[in-house]
Design a protein around this ligand. Structure first.
Ligand code: PMP
Length: 304
């Protein structure tokens, strides 16, 4: 059972989580016409009276852009303010995850985005490790990532997660922890809720924005941290066979952080992961607000 934070932001108010209830006729539930964000916060290790949210500005901006795809005008500032009030009300004392959600909130049928009410809610949960920090095994999914010409993949559109769900269950049913999906070009592009990286000959390589990936905020952070550490970064298509012989493979995401991949299909990845470890350690320090050079990625929210 999930450990939900006690209050939700619902219909413009902060209410006890169990009171935030929707009708079974809610439009978005039927057509996948919602979009969401996902961000992490931690108690500030240096100050018990505040929490630190990682890249809150970018998360608000991405959700505002996702809302735009749903024909819903919701500014990043409005989302930012609602998240701030939500966190202050909940007073989280452990590592937590925030899920803001925009959606077609009307009751009734007929898929569309015009002439229909939209709304916005936020809830949260305590969240430790989403995937094992020791590493995961990945199957290459038989399900393919959708294409941007079919739906806007730069938004976290809820309907798109059917592919992730099919892929994850297929992977788990065949004994793997996670799935890596290929795009319609047959290049590996991302996992079910994580971006994909590999290391070959000292270079960090990840699929570019033309590969039908989500514009992951952790991905962006990993690239910047790697560059700052002097690690060369390439953004280019990746064949699945390259993953089988990579020196290191890892997944990046808000929930998963940096998770090493120890196996892809039945090919084992080397246990030594110097670049993954270096980037992971650096990101941990950054999210804890301990690296001055990245202070602008960390948003403190005072609880008292
Ligand atoms: N790809 C998909 C499909 C995702 O759902 C996520 C999680 N938001 C990511 C990548 C990673 O994005 P981020 O680092 O912004 O969490």
């Amino acid at each position: 059972m999930n450990d939900f934070l006690p209050y939700a932001f619902f219909r413009g108010q902060l209410v006890p989580f169990p009171e935030a209830q929707l009708s079974i006729a809610t439009h978005a539930l039927h057509y996948g016409t919602g979009a969401f964000g996902g961000l992490r916060g931690i108690p500030d290790p240096e100050n018990p009276d505040r929490v630190l949210l990682f890249r809150l500005d970018r998360h608000c901006q991405r959700l505002s852009q996702s809302a735009k795809f749903l024909h819903f005008e919701l500014s990043a500032e409005e989302i930012f303010k609602a998240i701030e009030a939500f966190v202050q009300k909940n007073q989280p004392s452990q590592s937590f995850y925030i899920r803001p959600f925009v959606y077609t909130s009307d009751l009734g049928i007929a898929p569309r985005l015009h002439n229909i009410e939209k709304d916005f809610f936020i809830y949260g949960l305590q969240l430790g490790d989403y995937l094992s920090p020791e590493g995961v095994s990945c199957r290459i999914s038989s399900w393919y990532r959708q294409e941007d010409r079919s739906l806007p993949l730069r938004g976290k559109i809820s309907g798109a997660y059917i592919a992730s769900s099919l892929a994850k269950t297929e992977a788990v049913a065949s004994g793997f922890d996670e799935a890596i999906l290929m795009n319609s070009q047959g290049k590996v592009c991302e996992a079910t809720g994580m971006n994909l990286f590999m290391v070959r000959n000292g270079r960090l390589i990840t699929p570019g924005y033309d590969q039908d990936i989500l514009e992951g905020i952790t991905r962006d952070s990993v690239i910047r941290v790697a560059q700052d550490l002097g690690i060369p970064v390439d953004q280019r298509p990746i064949d699945k066979s390259e993953l089988f012989i990579a020196d290191e493979v890892f997944l990046s995401g808000t929930a998963a952080k940096v998770t090493p991949v120890k196996q892809v299909e039945n090919y084992l990845t080397p246990c030594d992961r110097p670049i993954t470890d270096q980037i992971r350690q650096q990101l941990t320090l950054i999210t804890e607000g301990r690296l001055a050079a990245y202070q602008d990625w960390v948003f403190p929210i005072a609880l008292r």
